[in-house]
Each structure stands twice: as C-alpha cells, then as structure tokens.
Design a protein around this ligand. Structure first.
Ligand code: CDP
Ligand code: MG
Length: 731
C-alpha cells in the first residue's frame, strides 16, 4: 500500500499540475525536450506518469549519469508505486542488473544504454527512452544523443525524451530536429549570495575544506534554523570535514555560543558521495530531529542529481573533481578544478527550493566573474578510447564525421585511434580487428579488456587477473575509520596483505583471503574492508569469468607448484615484522599482462628521492637531466599503496620503474595502484607509441588543409604501421 503521505508528496511537486499536458505531448510527439528546475519531479514523476498512462508500452528506459542516482531513484519510485524493486520498476548499472521480465520501467546509467545500443542499435525492447540529466553532458549521454538520432530514423515510433535542468536547452531541441520544448515552471525563492570579500579561487585549493567547515560552524552558531548543504569534491575531504565539524560541535556551548539556541540545540551531519552506503541513509532525505540542524557535505551529486529537502544555506567551495584528459599518459585523470559560473548558479539555487535562502561562496565576486561560463562537456575533455571502440563495434567507422551535439577535438579522436591501434583493437585502416571485437565483449575500459585477453591468451594467468580486474572495477574497498586509534589498527591489519611487487598483487591477496573467510561480512569488518565493495568484486569476477568462458578465453592460473620461486622483494622478507603471504603466483606474468595496456603509465624513480617521473620525461631527450632541480611534474606513490615508503615493504632504492593505474591530482600528483615493473616488458610498445606520437606532431597526417581528407571515411592510423606489424607478429 502506498501511504497517503507519499501521495501527498507526489501531488505537491511542481510537475504534478502538468501531468496531463505532458502525457498529451508525449502522445503526439516522438521527440520531446522537457526542462524543469532540479527537484521539480522530472526524474521520479514523469517516467511514472508514462507508466500509468500507457499500459501498452513494454519498456520505458531512463538514463542517469550516475550509478548511485539510478539506484536511489529506482528505489524511491518503486516505493511510490507500491511495488518491489526489480518488479515493475528496476535499475541496471554495470555489473548489477536489478530488473526482471516483469520490469516496465528501468532506470539505468547512460553507459548501460550505450552498451545495449552497441548490441541492438534499434533498441527494440524499448518504447520510450528518456535521457535524463542531459545538462550534465557526460560523455555517454553525448554519444547516446548521436545514436538516438539514428535510432529515431530507424524507428520513428520510439518515443525519445530529453530531460534537463538548465535553461540552455535550445541546443538539445535544435539537435533533435527542432523538436518541441516542454517547460515546467519552477517555484524558486530568492537566494541571497554572499561572496567572500577577497579570496581568489586560485588561492583556496589547499584551504577550502577547512574554510567550508568554519563557514558551516558560523552559520550554525549565528543564523536562524535551516539546513546546510556544503559542496566539496570527494570522499576523503567529505569525511574529513564531517570529522572536523563533529569535533567543533562537541566543543560548542550551545547556551552561550549558538545565537538561536531556542530553536537550534544540536547538529546532525551527513556525508554524500558516490557510494551506496551514504545514500542509503534515508535520513538524509528526512527532516532532522526537532531542534537540530542538518548539515550535508556532498559532492557535485547534490548539484542537480539529488535533491535534499529543507536546505536553506548553501556553502560553495568553488571546486569540483573532474575527469580530465592527461595528454602525458593519454588517459583520463581526476583533477580538482574550479567550477563554472553555471555550476555556481545551480549550487546557489539549491538553497531556495522551499523558502528563501542564502549561499555562501568561499571565493570573491571577482573570482566568480572570471570563472568559465559553462562547464566544458566531458566529450571535449576525455579520452575517447572507449567511445571510439563502441562506435567501431556498431560499424560506425567514420568517427570524425559522426553526428555529435558538440564534436570532440579531432586530435583527441586521432589519439584514441592510435591508442586502439597500439592495443591492436583496430588495424591500420581503422577497422576493428578480431581482438578489438573480443575486447568489446567486456563492459570494461579497453585497457582492462585488453589486459584480460592478454592474461588469457598470452601470459597464462587469467584466473588471477580476472580477480584483480574485478577488484579494480568496484568502489573503494578500504574503509577509513574515524578514530585515529582504529586507523592504526587498520594500517596494522593491512600489512598482512602486502606484496613486495605492489598493489596489483595486494588486491589479489585481499580477495583470496576474503574468499578463504567464506566471503564473510565479519571478516571484512574486522579487517576494515568495505563488505559491499568486496562482495561486488566477487560478483564482477563471476560475471567476467562467465563472459570469458562464453567467448572461449581460457581461464588459466599462474599458481606456482611449490611456492618457492624468488620474487624481487624476497630477500628482505625475513627482516620485516610481518611476513608476506607465501609467494604463490608468478607475479611477473600478471604484471606483464597489465603492461600490455598500461605501458604508458610508467614512471621512473628520481635517483635520490622517493618521487617518480613519467617515462616520457624520464627517457626523452635530456632525461639525463633529472636531478634535484628538475621542474618536471613529480609523481608520488599514494599513501594507500603498499609501496608507499612509510610501509617499508620494499626499500626505496629497490624501486626503479613502476606502473600505475591512474593519477589523482590533489595538491600532489598521486599514483594509484602501483606495482614494480621492468622496462623491457614495455620498451617496444613505448617506442612505437612515441613514434606514432611524433608522427602526428610532424604533421605526417598531411597539411592542415588536407587533414579532413586523411581522416574522412576510414580512420587511417598512420605510416608507422610496418613497425607495429612487427610487434604484432611477435605477440
Ligand atoms: O528530477 P528532478 O530534479 O526534477 O526531481 P526528482 O529527482 O524527481 O525529485 C522530486 C522530489 O523527490 C524531490 O523533492 C526529492 O527530494 C524527492 N526524493 C526523495 O524524497 N527521495 C529520493 N530518493 C529521491 C527524490
Ligand atoms: Mg532529476
């Protein structure tokens, strides 16, 4: 039974009075853009209206840019609908399908729909596709736009809706054959904007977390009742902010320090970031207990995807963590960058949903005015490797001329083509190879797919690599406890899993011990692991294994017969306090598999210090010049890595070359998931990569004028092919 409270809530949303008009518009229009303020009920209501009004529709698909949003919205909507999640209403995210044959409304990530489209471009299971949160302009959403236009030509009866929270929607309408725009009038209240007097955004990078906490405390002690929403950039800093504010709250004397003591006598603090644990606390969406104030520290997810009721104050740090292409490695890195003016406006708007509110910007008005107007769409700042591979798989060979709403930089497309060529996913004429075809069966990045295949076909260690790949595909597995004492306990316990070669093998160790515990929740709690992440890793491993078996990729173990083979770190072993797990596997083979793809994520240690430099700077002309004065970007081993010097697993002098999975740029550049490698494993591929890179710089693609000719039709890679062929032949 659906409670009257839920019915009342549904009917109070701004979208409700327009229910019939929306239904009528959908009846008559195959393509429709819907715009409405965040929180007006687009995501939760419109799909339900369609479900209720068109019983003949078999399946309605709604895309969300974020996995977490897909899950929570599906949860909420099935509750509103009075059905069990997975029945009428379900969700599907990568590796987690919670739908059934009975499902008529399916919330999913844009990535999931994109994969479905690669297999069935007609999307024949669906009668309606809703691309939601279109304003977010994720890479996947942008590619979907292009594909859906084609699907519309193939299946004009398919209803396509684009829903967005921003005003700038003419662009969407123009793109979709000038289709009509349905506007849901907003009910917003005034928001007073307070800029910091003089703080330049560029100077805030190392202080905004602390300043956010101070500002929250200021509002809490000085301003009238009303909840506070604080925009930060990621899990670590959100946890830190929560801890710091809790500490300050404990020290408060409410009777003397808090101005509105008669109404505000306590504080409840919540974090929100992209893992389920925090979102599952339904309390975030509820009113706080009487006489308390709710403070939510959130990532960008609260900017437009998720609406927390009751917010009267917004604190805007001015920063966001953004996926950004790193030309040095040809891969995406996460970068903390200033937001755009459009984002600042959205953030402030969150304070005026139910009454007038206030926004506190930690930066000056001048800094605001100097911000970019709009956030650059992801497609123009990301690696296009996965996208290009998906499009090729669909038989779309001419990527440059694909119908994008905002086309990516042709140089980035070329880069992706080159990298795919080096991964042997495409041939020199730009056509998908057998290997490329095989890579696209996995719902993984092309890099990880390639690693899996190499581990199966060449290095004979796929049983182990499939586990490591699964571990790399789930949320953070380490729990960071709030108290210092527990943190020490956690650090101590972690030692048991360390492996002298580094983090890839550590992940394998963790999974195996988790398995040996009988996949026990208690074991995870005791060792400070996130149980949900580890059980997800198990499920991902099973799914990947199934795909491998289905596609005749052998599962082979590199387990050593009697564990005695020496590893590099072996000779230090006895000296360490905690002994490592017996050396069970041929770690070199496992790491060589990873080097097949991650040959460019290679760094060399500084001769005297525990910092590293990317290979391109370490081996290029003048590399002899790496010395203490070097101005090159220093890469550090992440503190969470087994190889971090403080862990004393290997002596720093024993590290020379390392590989890493990704770089996180905070105030330092941190390499994540780091292991020791040998240069000889990657030398050949690296040389070729460099050759292809300079070929491009030399302009051997032809002069500017003829550039489009070179790229038109087939995506030719270039003339370094004969060399590439040699490498391939060896494989
Ligand atoms: O998509 P749009 O931003 O227009 O709104 P929505 O996500 O459909 O949210 C409509 C209302 O449902 C908001 O007031 C949310 O606070 C509420 N909601 C909720 O209570 N619990 C959820 N899990 C999701 C939304
Ligand atoms: Mg929404």
């Amino acid at each position: 039974m659906v409670s009257t409270e839920i019915i009342r809530q549904r009917e109070s949303l701004p979208v409700f009075p327009y229910r019939q008009e929306i239904i009528d518009a959908i009846k008559s229009e195959p393509l429709l853009v819907v715009i409405g303020e965040t929180g007006s009920g687009k995501t939760t209501q419109i799909p339900q209206y369609i479900l209720e009004s068109f019983p003949e529709f078999r399946l309605i698909g709604v895309t969300q840019p974020r996995r977490i949003a897909a899950i929570t919205v599906a949860n909420r909507v099935s509750e509103e609908h009075g059905s069990r999640l997975g029945d009428d209403i379900g969700y599907c995210i990568r590796f987690d399908d919670c739908t059934s044959a009975r499902t008529h409304l399916k919330y999913m990530t844009d990535g999931v729909l994109l994969r479905e489209a690669t297999i069935d471009p007609r999307l024949s299971h669906y009668d309606v596709i809703i691309v939601d949160e279109a304003h977010e302009r994720t890479l996947e959403t942008d590619v979907l736009f292009g594909l859906l236009k084609e699907t519309h030509r193939l299946r004009p009866e398919l209803k396509i809706l684009v829903m967005s929270a921003t005003l700038n929607v003419e662009k969407f309408s123009d793109f979709f054959n000038s289709c009509p725009i349905f506007i849901i009038p907003g009910r917003t209240y005034d928001v007073a904007i307070n800029h910091h007097r003089d703080a330049k955004i560029s100077s805030l990078k190392s202080t905004y977390v602390q300043r956010s906490v101070e500002t929250a405390l200021y509002i809490h002690t000085q301003e009238p009742p009303g909840d506070i929403l604080v925009f930060l950039t990621g899990q670590n800093e959100i946890e830190k902010a929560c801890r710091d504010l809790e500490g300050l709250d404990r020290d408060l004397n409410y009777k003397t320090d808090v101005k509105h003591f008669e109404d505000v006598r306590g504080l409840v603090i919540y974090p929100i970031y992209a893992t389920l644990e925090t979102m599952e606390q339904k309390a975030i969406f509820d009113d706080p207990p009487r006489y308390t104030r709710k403070i939510v520290f959130a990532t960008n997810i609260a900017q437009t995807s998720v609406t927390i009721p009751g917010i009267k104050y917004v604190i805007d740090s001015g920063f966001v963590k953004q996926k950004t292409y790193d030309p040095a490695t040809g891969m995406d890195a996460l970068l903390v960058v200033p937001i755009s003016r459009a984002a600042a406006t959205q953030r402030a708007g969150r304070a005026g949903r139910t009454a007038s509110g206030q926004a506190f910007r930690l930066y000056s008005r001048e800094s605001y005015e100097q911000m970019e107007g709009d956030t650059v769409p992801e497609i123009q700042r990301s690696s296009l490797l996965g996208t290009v591979l998906s499009l090729k798989k669909m038989g779309i060979n001419d990527i440059i001329n694909f119908e994008f709403i905002d086309p990516p930089d042709p140089a980035m497309v070329k880069n992706a083509l080159k990298q795919l060529f080096l991964l042997e996913a495409i041939d020199d004429t730009g056509k998908l190879t057998t290997l490329g075809n095989e890579m696209s069966i996995f719902p993984l990045s092309p890099f990880l797919s390639r690693v899996l295949i190499a581990s199966s076909r060449k290095y004979e260690c796929s049983r182990e690599v499939v586990i490591i790949v699964a571990m790399l595909s789930v949320d953070e597995i380490f729990v960071s406890p709030r108290s210092a004492e527990k943190q020490m306990d956690a650090d101590e316990k972690r030692r048991e899993f360390y492996h002298p070669s580094g983090d890839h093998m550590m992940l394998l160790n963790i999974f195996e011990k988790y398995r040996d515990s009988g996949y026990s929740r208690d074991w995870c709690r005791d060792k400070y692991f996130n149980y949900r992440a580890l059980s997800m890793a198990k499920s991902v491993r099973d799914q990947l294994r199934e795909l491998m078996v289905k596609h005749d990729l052998p599962l082979i173990s590199c387990r050593l017969k009697n564990y005695q083979v020496k590893d590099d770190g072996d000779r230090h072993r006895k000296k360490r306090r905690n002994s490592y797990q017996d050396i069970k596997y041929n770690a070199e083979k496992i790491l060589e598999s990873f080097s097949t793809s991650y040959y460019i994520n290679l760094a060399k240690r500084h001769p005297h210090r525990p910092v590293f430099y990317h290979y391109a700077s370490a081996t290029g002309p003048g590399s002899e010049g790496i010395d203490s004065n070097s101005s090159l970007l220093a890469l550090h081993i992440s503190p969470t890595s087994a190889l971090h010097p403080d862990n004393k697993i290997v002596r720093v002098d024993d590290l020379d070359w390392v590989t890493y999975l990704s770089v996180l740029y905070t105030n330092k550049a941190l390499m994540k998931v780091v292991s020791k490698v040998k240069l000889e494993w990657v030398q050949e591929r690296l040389n070729l990569f460099k050759k292809l890179a300079t070929a491009n710089l030399d302009g051997s693609y032809g002069s500017d004028k003829s550039e489009s000719n070179t790229l038109e039709g087939s995506d030719k890679v270039n003339s370094a092919v004969t060399d590439a062929q040699k490498v391939k032949d060896k494989d």
